[in-house]
Design a protein around this ligand. Structure first.
Ligand code: 4NP
Length: 160
């Protein structure tokens, strides 16, 4: 099994949506028996909470139902997952710091948008928490595109 963990700050806006979109793409590709996904937050601020209602409603508008309870990203995740896909530079720094000098752990960390051609391979997924409906819709579009590209990358890398 190939395991992918999506990571953001609160695990209630960006990463649970990335998880849901990625799982949908995996399912549509007929690869649910080969690839699984989960999500977590670098902070412990929302442990046990469902995704933010604005994220849920926006996803539902597009026909996607989200099911997740927020949990904190922990060191053991580096052993359980093959890819640690983070939303932004701050999450990247936190994850790399947690990897410490373990090179095999460090190498698993990448940005969700790394293969997003529209994002130039540079851009972070913006945090919509203090934003409005447009910000949530923007994040939905960015994550739809970037999770599809991430799946393409994983398939190429793993030869599936
Ligand atoms: P997320 O968004 O990292 O995409 O889940 C946030 C959720 C909560 C907070 C910040 C960002 N917060 O400050 O509580």
């Amino acid at each position: 099994m190939i395991r992918v963990l999506f990571v953001c700050l609160g695990n209630i806006c960006r990463s649970p949506l990335a998880e849901g979109l990625f799982k949908k793409a995996v399912e549509e590709a007929g690869l649910s028996n080969r690839i699984e996904a989960d999500s977590a937050g670098t902070s412990g601020w929302h442990i046990g909470d469902p995704p933010d209602h604005r994220t849920v409603e926006n996803a539902r508008k597009h026909g996607l139902e989200l099911h997740h309870a927020s949990r904190q990203f922990i060191k053991e995740d580096f052993d359980r997952f093959d890819y640690i896909a983070v939303a932004d530079q701050s999450n990247y720094s936190d994850a790399v710091e947690m990897a410490g000098n373990n090179k095999s752990h460090y190498k698993k960390v990448l940005k969700i948008r790394k293969f997003d051609t529209e994002g130039d391979g540079q851009y972070d997924v913006p945090d919509p928490y203090y934003g409005n409906g447009n910000h949530f819709e923007h994040v939905y579009k960015v994550l739809t595109h970037s999770t599809a590209k991430l799946l393409e990358h994983i398939r190429a890398e793993k030869g599936i």
